[in-house]
Design a protein around this ligand. Structure first.
Ligand code: IMP
Length: 431
């Protein structure tokens, strides 16, 4: 049996229930690594009678597994300080032996947050519905080669020309929104203060990860958001600003493409989306309402109500293909318990044509009509099932049909938020 790395990614629009699966895998990994996104992600960890909320820190942190924030993440140092502080109050001490942060990580600065909110407020109906955490503007500055990075915090005395560049860019944008320019003295002072928190963790993490690989350590790459929010492959422009596919695990950490190992796509047994953008199988009726209520579909980070709809096999098939998924974890099956009929979208109609994929243009994406096939539901409860034998025959048929339609096998089925309520079909670490 060969032990491999595992990369976990979301197969839909985020919120697929990655948290529970990642926690389960993290307890068996030697290193847990975030490689994209930032504190727009969010998940709640329940250990014993304590509840921990994580946004930026990798999931291994509470259990004491070495946790790494890779270069592909955009890091808000104040959000990091607050998250570390909150965990410390709950008795979790986070020293540099437990957490390493890539010294090449670009920083999210206060004016990134301002710009995110200013743009959203000015966009009216066309807004993206971002988390307003400054994620997009920080990535723009990274590729615009203006970013201030973690390593710069150790050289604040030499930051002048870099600060001139980034401030000139943002002052012009801010002026367009009628906002005052950036107070550089205050920014430098605040950076100086927060540097004390960040710098002890700063490392060339690519080295740590290469050494871990060389010693045969198991690495868990923890993706955030989902493939349909990927800046290239998602429902552009209603996407996040990073690549959420498994390939980012390599570029976002400094490991080669073979490091990803088993790519586990987390897929919800129905569909949800937060924020704006096309959603072909959205249900704005009593069934949608029921899915939202039974599935507790409210955002962890922003508390927003999630939009709900039927399982869209067209989208998931596409996600599995573009992300290179090896097997899926199907989550929240129990939310479908008790429905008379369940529908699966198997194709789209667009102006008299039938499509087997999502078209690229936003207007076409908004115009596609789902083509459904219907299956009988199951009256029994699947909640808490831990083996196939505990599932109703109709639920097994639903899972098998999904596998067939998305052309990807099921590795795990999750039947409740409890860690043990999982049907393990194929162990991602041992493949
Ligand atoms: P941003 O990542 O804050 O720029 O938001 C861009 C889009 O991604 C919005 O539709 C957000 O609702 C969505 N988004 C960002 N992070 C998450 C997440 O962790 N779960 C679900 N949706 C997310």
């Amino acid at each position: 049996m060969k032990l491999a790395n595992v990369t976990v990614i979301g197969g839909q629009w985020g919120d697929e229930g990655k948290g529970k699966i990642v926690d389960w895998l993290a307890s068996r990994a030697d290193v847990v690594v975030r490689f994209q996104g930032g504190h727009n992600a969010g998940h709640t960890l329940v250990v014993g009678n304590q509840t921990y909320k994580l946004s930026l820190l990798p999931s291994g942190i509470v259990g004491g597994t070495l946790s790494v924030i890779g270069n592909g993440v955009v890091l808000d140092p104040w959000a990091l300080r607050d998250e570390i502080g909150r965990l410390r109050e709950q008795g979790v001490e986070i020293g540099p032996d437990k957490l390493q942060i890539a010294d090449t990580c670009p920083l999210i600065l206060p004016f990134h947050r301002d710009l995110d909110a200013l743009r959203e407020d000015a966009s009216g109906a066309g807004k993206i519905g971002t988390t307003r955490r400054g994620i997009g503007p920080a990535y723009e500055d990274k590729v615009g080669r203006r970013a201030i990075r973690v390593c710069d915090l150790a050289h604040l005395g030499e930051l002048g020309p870099q600060l001139d560049r980034i401030c000139a860019h943002h002052d012009a944008l801010r002026a367009g929104f009628g906002q005052p320019g950036i107070d550089r003295e205050a920014l430098l002072r605040e950076l100086g203060e927060v540097a004390e928190t960040v710098l002890p963790y700063a490392r060339p993490v690519w080295k740590t990860l290469h050494e871990a690989r060389a010693r045969g350590r198991r690495i868990l790459f923890e993706g955030a958001q989902g493939v349909l929010l990927d800046v290239d492959h998602g429902t552009y422009p209603f996407v996040t600003s990073s690549n959420t596919v498994a390939g980012t695990a390599a570029a976002g950490t400094g490991l080669g493409p073979s490091a990803a190992g088993f790519v586990l796509g987390i897929v919800k047994a129905y569909t949800t989306r937060v924020g704006s953008g096309p959603f072909p199988t959205e249900l704005e009726d009593a069934v949608g309402q029921r899915l939202g209520e039974r599935g507790h579909e409210f955002g962890t980070v922003t508390g927003r109500k999630r939009r709900c709809g039927w399982f869209d096999a067209v989208l998931v098939r596409q996600s599995m293909a573009v992300a290179g998924v090896t097997g899926i974890a199907l989550t929240k099956l129990d939310v479908l318990d008790g429905l008379d009929e369940i529908r699966i979208c198997t194709g789209y109609g667009l102006r008299g044509e039938t499509l087997d994929h999502l078209p690229a243009h936003a207007a076409d994406q908004a115009a596609v009509e789902p083509i459904y096939e219907a299956m009988p539901g199951w009256p029994e409860s699947t909640a808490g099932a831990r083996s196939w034998r505990q599932l109703p025959a109709q639920a097994i048929k639903y899972i098998r049909r999904i596998e067939e339609l998305i052309a990807c096998p099921v590795a795990l089925v999750s039947t409740s938020p409890e860690r043990e309520d999982t049907i393990l079909v194929r162990d991602p670490f041992a493949h």
